[in-house]
Ligand binder design. Structure first.
Ligand SMILES: Cc1cc2nc3c(=O)[nH]c(=O)nc-3n(C[C@H](O)[C@H](O)[C@H](O)COP(=O)(O)O)c2cc1C
Length: 413
């Protein structure tokens, strides 16, 4: 039977409302994470999922304070959370481009062992130049080579795990990366994939694409769980839920954060511009520079990005605020618990998704409503369990033995 998995996902971006906006430092307090993880476990979430960033981000030449920057090390945090929980899994995003494979394998094996089988690895290649700069290597591998390198890296990690953990008990492999090479990599090697597609038609098309790729290497669709990122905002009525969602957005996107999104591309101080007015009439300070200091994808050149944003703003009549709202929109389900459960049941039953990497609206209370109000509705619809299936992440994802040991290497190489 198809079911929905929920992962608690903290992407550490400027998309949060803290309980007390004045005290963002509580974000670094491990008690907040502990509270979120415990709530998630009470709600039978499959895992806690974290994104990767190996460098503090800069803003106009200084460490940015407009987004939460100093992330805790994922595996250190997971070691702490593993001691406070019993069943929930821990998926760390770690890139194959800059990490040493043996170091990575050993650290993941440690969390896996001390959590009694609850670790997962989201394999990413990382295309952002700021990480490359941090390692003094620039954006040092071109796209195709990044995936070749990823495979060699993965093979080394798996060989280490075979020795250290045994071939039946590897951490679960997630993957994130959506090019042809990225999707093929997932179809051959991953057991779950983090996707960007939550819109129903896009999610279905993505699932169909992966099903075809899986088929080509002899794997069924059930071998690869699809997890788009999402938020959920609930209310007693649809209108109340929509108003709540809008309020979260308003509180999260302060004028300063909005301006910072533009400044990361313009590379100049834009404080003279009203965020409720039109886009700046000046061009980017350094049009040739590859973006290395902001959150914009490193393949974009500032001039091209500015051009695209001007076109979008002109077509839709956006102010700066409107443009940033458009760019930063996190796909979300908004409605009464019953409405959201019905929509999710449709996604799951038709195979469009298998889970959500769920971003809390608020820290540390952001999953309370989902656990208390949505989970029972999902259970009523038969798409959510009444208890954990087992005690390892692999058990709870319903995955068989590690893919590395089920599919002939020839078929996957
Ligand atoms: C949904 C999603 C989430 C990602 N999360 C991260 C991340 O947390 N850290 C990171 O370094 N890269 C992340 N990536 C980027 C990938 O590592 C990869 O470098 C990028 O997508 C380019 O590869 P592609 O062309 O195959 O998509 C993510 C990609 C996707 C699609």
């Amino acid at each position: 039977m198809r079911r929905l998995h929920l992962n608690a996902f903290f992407p550490f971006g400027p998309i949060y409302v803290w309980d007390e906006l004045e005290r963002p430092e509580q974000y670094y307090e491990f008690d907040g994470f502990a509270q979120l993880a415990r709530t998630a476990e009470r709600g039978l979430f499959t895992g806690v999922f974290l994104g990767d960033s190996q460098r503090l981000r800069e803003h106009l030449g200084r460490i940015t304070d407009t987004a939460v920057t100093g992330r805790p090390d994922q595996l250190v945090l997971f070691s702490y959370l593993a001691a406070l929980t019993e069943k929930i899994g821990f998926v760390a995003t770690l890139n194959t481009t800059f990490n040493d494979p043996i170091d990575l394998a050993r650290r993941l094996a440690t969390v896996h062992t001390l959590s009694h089988g609850r670790a997962g690895w989201n394999v990413v290649t990382t295309d952002n130049a700021w990480t490359g700069e941090n390692f003094r290597r620039g954006n040092y591998l071109d796209h195709t080579h990044r995936y070749e390198h990823a495979l060699a890296h993965l093979r080394t990690v798996q060989a280490y795990w075979d020795e250290e953990l045994g071939s039946a008990s590897h951490p679960v492999l997630f993957q994130a990366g959506e090019s042809d090479e990225g999707r093929d990599f997932a179809a051959r090697h991953a057991e779950a994939i983090f996707s960007r597609y939550l819109d129903y038609d896009q999610a279905s098309a993505f699932a169909a694409d992966l099903t075809a790729r899986l088929g080509r290497v002899g794997r069924p669709r059930s071998d690869l769980a699809i997890f788009p990122g999402a938020k959920i905002t609930l209310g007693d009525t649809r209108a109340e839920a929509e108003e709540k969602a809008a309020e979260f957005e308003r509180r999260t996107w302060t004028d300063r954060r909005i301006r910072a999104v533009l400044e990361s591309v313009w590379s100049r101080d834009l404080s003279a511009y009203d965020v409720d007015g039109p886009l700046p009439d000046v061009g980017p300070a350094d049009p040739e520079q590859t973006v290395t200091h902001g959150v914009v994808n490193s393949r974009d050149q500032p001039l091209r990005t500015v051009g695209a944003w001007r076109t979008l703003a002109a077509e839709r009549g956006y102010t700066i605020r409107g443009l940033v709202a458009h760019l930063s929109r996190t796909a979300q389900f908004v409605g009464t618990p019953g409405e959201v459960a019905d929509r999710l049941a449709h996604y799951v039953r038709t195979g469009a998704i298998d889970g959500l990497n769920l971003v809390p609206n608020a820290v540390p209370t952001g999953f309370d409503e989902v656990v208390e109000r949505l989970v029972p509705e999902l259970q009523d619809r038969g798409i959510y369990p009444a208890e954990y299936a087992g005690s390892t992440l692999r058990d709870n994802l319903g995955l068989p033995a590690p893919v590395a040991h089920r599919i002939p290497t020839e078929a996957r190489s």
